[in-house]
Design a protein around this ligand. Structure first.
Ligand SMILES: *Cc1c(COP(=O)(O)O)cnc(C)c1O
Length: 391
């Protein structure tokens, strides 16, 4: 990384680019190559000894991945980063690189389902424990700290309840106790929120969501303090979760339009949330930039807009929920989010069906709850489809 640029977000998203080849191409080409060649024996020795900063093998680095990483570093205000094949590869590799047997994670209770399963079912194999704190009770975080605690982990907004965690308050706790604060910033994207400003040491994204934004590729990335990223890099270059150069190329192109797309996602989502708020067939609506959201003030402080996800509850419980889903015509019934196509999901019967009803309620997931990832179709058509399905 060359340090923080003074250029604006949108300009960097478009203009950060791999150095041109002798063909003077305008747009970055794809570097679909597994390895790179050396001038001579000395060049090769010095490269492997890391005396030179250059590409050796695409499991370590590749021009397309490097371009993607540099863009996200500038967007997040981070010193360094590493790109992964998926968001979960980023979550797992980052924590596996930093934690030792016996270490302890304090995590928000409302986290992505696979991250929860990683903490619950797999980390105990390596004697890595965790405790959950309720996101509306940050005082409880300090009470959960043990001598072995190393990491505080959270997402904001959360999935699927779009709750907001006060990043500044969490950053202060992490700093006071010298813990590593890791924020999964996937739901906000770097355009809406930069957790490093509020004290995060590392920021993780699933690039699969708003970053790609068109439902094509899986990707993940971790950015943050150079010393921590170096540990993540040392682990990843050996264990092999690297992002493919093709997907990195797709992602870097997608980031050129991130600001435009996310602005429209948020505009459409707010319009839908406002429409649903007065609807006779709806019990409640949750969206970070609705005044009725319990953490509206915190959302306003740390986010530029409310994001693409709206949660609401259909009146009449699980049966009414199923009738609603069967009546949907335009929107997709799918599990992804942050796509140009609007998507409706029923968390209780799909993404969170393996949890007990009580566990679901802790995360605010009721039987009739619907999660909408609001896309880029005309907002009138999105609202019309949801309205006819409710009727
Ligand atoms: C989707 C998602 C992930 C996992 O990302 P994949 O690219 O699907 O592996 C992690 N965290 C959050 C908040 C997500 O939405």
């Amino acid at each position: 990384m060359k340090g923080k640029s003074s250029k604006k977000f949108e300009t960097q998203a478009v203009r950060i680019q791999t150095e041109r080849t002798q063909f003077l191409e305008h747009s970055t080409p794809m570097y679909l190559t597994s390895s790179f060649v050396f001038e001579d024996a000395e060049d090769m020795r010095a490269s492997f000894a890391e005396e030179k900063d250059r590409n050796i093998y695409s499991r370590y680095s590749n021009p397309n991945s490097n371009e993607f990483v540099e863009k996200v570093c500038q967007m997040e205000g981070a010193e360094a980063g590493f790109a992964f094949a998926s968001g979960m590869a980023a979550v797992f590799s980052t924590l596996a690189a930093l934690l030792e047997s016996g270490d302890h994670i304090i995590s928000a209770g409302n986290i992505f389902g696979s991250t929860h399963t990683l903490f619950q079912n797999f980390f105990p194999k390596w004697n890595i424990g965790h405790s959950y704190f309720p996101i509306d009770d940050l005082d409880s975080v300090e009470r959960l700290i043990t001598p072995n605690t190393k990491v505080i982990y959270a997402e904001s907004p959360t999935n699927p309840g779009v709750d907001i965690v006060d990043l500044e308050a969490l950053g202060a706790i992490a700093k006071k106790h010298q813990l590593i604060l890791i924020i999964d910033n996937c739901f906000a994207s770097p355009y809406l929120q930069q957790p490093i400003q509020f004290g995060a040491d590392l920021v993780i994204h699933s690039g699969t969501k708003l970053m790609d934004g068109q439902g094509r590729v899986l990707a993940g990335i971790t950015v943050g303090h150079a010393a921590l990223i170096d540990k993540v890099y040392r682990f990843a270059r050996i264990t092999g979760p690297a992002l493919s150069p093709f997907n990195a190329w797709v992602l870097s192109k997608s980031l050129e339009t991130l600001a435009l797309r996310v602005d429209r996602h948020c505009e459409n989502a707010l319009r839908l949330a406002q429409f649903l708020e007065g609807h006779a067939k709806v019990n409640w609506v949750k969206y970070p930039f609705l005044k009725s959201h319990p953490q509206y003030q915190v959302a306003k402080k740390q986010m530029k807009a409310g994001g693409c996800v709206v949660a609401f509850e259909v009146k009449g419980g699980i049966k009414a929920g199923q009738t609603f889903f069967d009546a949907i015509r335009l929107l997709s019934l799918s599990a992804n989010l942050g796509d140009s196509r609007s998507i409706v999901t029923h968390p209780a019967s799909t993404t969170h069906s393996k949890l007990t009803k009580e566990e679901r309620l802790v995360s605010g997931i009721t039987d009739g709850m619907v999660r909408v990832s609001v896309g880029l179709e005309h907002v009138d058509d999105i609202i019309a489809d949801i309205n006819q399905a409710l009727g």
